[in-house]
Design a protein around this ligand. Structure first.
Ligand code: NAP
Length: 313
């Protein structure tokens, strides 16, 4: 099978590489990991040419324009990468009977709901990044709506961390450099490990190395539990201290502040909680629970393991 992975140098792209590294799988399949240097997603003809020459049966779409604040002044670029390019991938997959696994974000919501968002809730992105990701979702579902071939899953996730830049690494760096920190405590969501997300995504689309028939659509994919940025920062710092890392700031030196005291160019949803009932039902229907060793681990267990691992590297 030809498998095309976009975003090889991103957090999720690297997690896919780790997931797919088993030599038997590598030998049995033709896997190509591409980065911006090989295929610039802001250039539609490069995307189309690559799809037509490589002819993937499975596309793992892990690349995205993720600079949330910069997107406010680079709207055209964000839309070409986050909406036009996934639309081209979807059109190719729908025309050629391929599968597309794509990723979207909690930022498609405005955060005004009190409970966790379901896949049926109305989207209303607040900023350009969220709008461009929502347009990508729309482009994909439209391409498949007009076709009987192929299948797609869009996994909406939140607060991703892995091998790359992320909030946890920033907080640990700041806790090393400064004796005190201020962190927002009224924006809620679920930190999601890129490794966990890649494992769930791969098992959803592949069964023993073959394409698996699954129900196409949007799914929310985050681990169990919820927190706010302050809670996440305290846990990361405490875990690093427990693991023997030398930091200037302890959790006691982290002050909770409202988002209104930390203004950024792009507005963020205050509530990013995503209900995962739909994904749970599909995972159970496909008999995947026993194949996903980390399926039921909560966000805080995953963060602790990640911070310990960072300290060992
Ligand atoms: N990070 C989060 O907190 C978060 C939250 C919710 C949803 N998501 C979604 O999850 C997915 C994975 O995110 P991530 O955290 O892995 O993102 P990431 O670490 O920022 O990686 C994004 C990748 O996309 C590549 N890319 C950007 N512009 C490109 C272009 N013009 N052509 C080709 N490649 C380009 C980047 O390439 P370079 O390495 O060359 O820059 C980078 O490797 C994305 O769909 C994102 O929207 C992320």
């Amino acid at each position: 099978m030809n498998i095309l992975v976009f975003g090889k140098d991103g957090q999720l792209g690297r997690a896919f590489k780790e997931q797919l590294k088993h030599s038997s799988f590598q030998l049995a399949n033709n896997i190509r990991f591409v980065g911006r240097d090989e295929c610039d997603l802001s250039n539609p003809s490069q995307v189309t040419d690559l799809l037509n020459t490589f002819q993937p049966e499975l596309i793992l779409s892990a690349a995205a324009y993720t600079a949330v604040d910069k997107a406010e002044s680079e709207s055209e670029k964000a839309f070409s990468i986050n909406a036009t390019a996934p639309g081209l991938m979807a059109r190719y997959a729908a025309q050629h009977g391929a599968a597309l696994l794509h990723f979207s974000t909690d930022y498609v919501f405005d955060g005004s709901k009190q409970d966790a968002y379901t896949e049926n809730d109305k989207v209303n992105p607040l900023g350009v990044y969220g709008k461009s990701k929502e347009a990508g979702e729309h482009a994909i579902s439209t391409a498949f709506a007009n076709s009987r071939a192929g299948q797609y899953a869009i996994l909406r996730t939140s607060w991703v961390y892995g091998d790359g830049s992320n909030f946890i690494k920033t907080i640990l760096r700041l806790a090393k450099e400064r004796p005190a920190l201020r962190v927002i405590n009224d924006q809620y969501g679920v930190p999601t490990s890129a490794a966990w997300l890649a494992e769930v995504g791969i098992h959803l689309v592949l069964d023993d190395g073959q394409l698996r028939p699954f129900a196409s659509g949007i799914y929310h994919a985050v681990p169990g539990g919820e927190t706010n940025w302050y809670g996440l920062a305290c846990l990361a710092v405490q875990t690093a201290l427990d693991a023997g890392q030398h930091l200037q700031a302890s959790p006691a030196a982290i002050s909770p502040i409202p988002a209104s005291e930390y203004l950024l160019p792009a507005p963020r949803p205050m509530n990013s909680r995503l209900s995962t009932n739909k994904l749970k039902i599909e995972v159970e229907r496909l008999g995947l629970v026993s194949k996903l060793p980390h399926w039921n681990t909560l966000w805080d267990e995953q963060v602790c393991a990640y911070v310990k691992q960072l300290g060992e590297n």
